[in-house]
Design a binder for this molecule. Structure first.
Ligand SMILES: [Zn+2]
Length: 338
């Protein structure tokens, strides 16, 4: 197997005012992702936590939104009749409909629950099971209408730092006939790996990570959870979904495992004083060298004076600076997984 975990050790020397101007050395590790060769910087310092944010005012001011139960079945858009004749579709408490402000060909919203706001430790596996099942049903129905739409994401942006203007928890289900940049990078690199090694990168990676035991969190059914060697987001947790090329073929057991892993990660974020996050499930139909992947990352917690976690490094150099060592994150989050 050609999977390599390459890293560079950098060091800054300075006279520190925090130590009476004694000489100190501050290390930084640059890690290279074994698949995409993208670099990440692991820094050894971080800003102190800001304490729990009081959501009561924000919740009170924004309640009875379009996604709340009194409005969701009357004030949200409907699918064209030829795609989903009933206009909107529901599964348990989850409700799905087209996004009023789409960013591509097929943009749908899936409202997760009746509650206008949930803390990260209030999300349950049942909430995600229903919402993911509904998202996959939307993808299946749209693909039956338009099979050329092969590139799909099921994503969540939670709270303002995560890029969501609406507090009410919801998913984005987005499909296009062309990939996003990230999908193309993952697909190209996975395909090249397949042709060189006659093996699926994701299976090889899981096998290696399981053997090393430093970043492998747990397997829930066919979903294998790990902390990536070179993260592209803060507190990043990944789940590789074995045995499928796209989410459309997932069964209830796999959806249940996926839901449990998301909830475990969110509980860990809550305990770390975090409250905002993003996740995305990458799904590409009919590609034997790829299998669906979920990436969950935390964002800077919402607070009175918001500090953006993307600096010139991330925005203009495409290089993440992470303030937790992946192996340490793995040790901390492992007890949260079933
Ligand atoms: Zn609401």
């Amino acid at each position: 197997m050609e999977i390599k975990f390459e890293r560079f050790h950098l060091q800054a020397d300075l006279l520190s005012p925090l130590k009476e101007f004694e000489s100190v050395s501050v290390p930084t590790e640059v890690r290279i992702d074994p698949l995409t060769k993208r670099r990440s910087r692991i820094i050894t310092w971080g800003l102190p936590p800001t304490g729990k944010f009081d959501f009561s005012q924000l919740t009170a001011e924004s309640k009875e939104c379009f996604f709340c139960p009194e409005n969701v079945l009357s004030k949200t858009p409907q699918f064209p009749k030829e795609i989903i004749p009933e206009g909107r579709i529901s599964m348990g408490k989850a409700v799905g409909f087209p996004n009023l402000s789409p960013v591509g060909t097929y943009g749908s919203v899936v409202v997760l629950c009746r509650e206008h706001f949930l803390h990260l430790n209030q999300f349950t596996p049942e909430i995600y099971e229903e919402a993911l099942s509904l998202s996959i049903e939307i993808i299946r129905r749209i693909m039956a209408f338009d099979p050329d739409t092969r590139y799909w994401q099921i994503s969540q942006n939670f709270l303002l730092p995560g890029g969501s203007s609406i507090l009410h928890p919801h998913l984005q289900v987005i499909g296009d006939p062309i990939p996003t940049n990230e999908m193309e990078w993952l697909l190209d690199a996975s395909s090249s790996y397949y042709y060189r090694n006659k093996a699926l990168y994701w299976n090889d990676l899981v096998q290696i990570e399981q053997g090393l035991g430093k970043r492998f969190i747990a397997s829930t059914g066919k979903i294998h959870w790990f902390v990536p060697f070179a993260p592209i987001g803060f507190n990043e947790v990944c789940g590789s979904i074995e045995g499928h090329s796209s989410t459309t073929t997932l069964g209830s057991e796999e959806i249940n495992s996926l839901a449990k892993g998301i909830v475990s990660t969110l509980k860990y974020y809550e305990d770390k004083g975090l409250n905002s996050f993003n996740f995305s499930i990458y799904s590409i139909a009919s590609e034997f060298a790829f299998q669906p992947l979920i990436r969950i990352i935390s964002r800077t917690p919402i607070q009175s004076f918001y500090l953006n976690d993307w600096t010139s490094f991330e925005v203009l150099h495409s290089e993440l600076t992470s303030n937790i060592v992946p192996e340490e994150l793995c040790r901390e989050i492992q007890p949260y997984f079933p």
